[in-house]
Design a protein around this ligand. Sequence first.
Ligand code: SF4
Length: 326
Amino acid sequence: MNTLASGPLLKIDRLSKRFPVRGGVLRRVVGKVNAVDDVSFEINRGETLGLVGESGCGKSTVGKTILKLHEPSGGAICLDGKDISQYSPRQMRGVRRKLQIVFQDPYSSLNPRMTAADIVGEPLAIHGLAHRRDQRQRVAEMFERVGLRPDQMDRFPHEFSGGQRQRISIARALAVDPEIIIADESVSALDVSIQASVINLLIRLQQQTGVSFLFISHDMSVIEHISHRVAVMYLGRIVEIAERSKVFAHPLHPYTEALLSAVPVPDPATRRKKRILLSGDVPSPIKPPPGCHFHTRCPIAEARCRIDVPALREIAPGHMAACHLR
Ligand code: SF4
């Protein structure tokens, strides 16, 4: 169980990530993509923040930049009160254990030549957390904790189903007793029934260990099920952030309203509101629309939306949104 301390566990402050765009025969830099643009949020101990948005909105880049798999272009990443955004790879080795990731694809994220026991035990060896003889015992515990049988430990990834492989990924992330796990579309490749069992596993593990999650998904139903708070992203920016119940019961941003109106419900009579169809695709992040990035698809856009960038501000207590008209 992680110790309780004051202040957020993770505080992201005005984080940005720009990638160069290259073109021509000489592959010169001809522009840049603001994949993450001035993003701020906090995650408390034992909390799950759901980060939701359409494909290409920058949500996975947020996760990879926090892990420093991408170097941030600006802003701060404070873990336990320490800004790690400028840490060298050597310094990062000291904090890697605290920050773990579970990727989307359970078929390609596990080394096919390693046994499940070696996959789960590898981070224990890397971080020097268990002697060789204790490692097997710890791996067996992890297997049981994620709902796998220890007698399956010596099998290879191809001998497991998709859901079981994702449980191996979760066991690997959990083995080093992390403070936060970044789950990047971790259930998206699974069948719906398997998704539910993996999500319930994550919730149970959080209750047992106090681990925090940054849960990244394009799927509002999944986000609703697992998150304590929700941040909605559009073209590199956060457009709404609040407790889950506030976002789902009273969305403030027109983009969130549209995402929610598209969530299938078992009984159409209980559908939240009339379906809002967004016209067009998400614009290219290489050339995002000026002003409010959402204005090209927003059903209530006004002239000033094409010019002025709306600030993310508190519109109701604890409920932030970036829209001129709210
Ligand atoms: Fe729509 Fe304008 Fe609000 Fe952007 S600022 S969401 S375009 S109304």
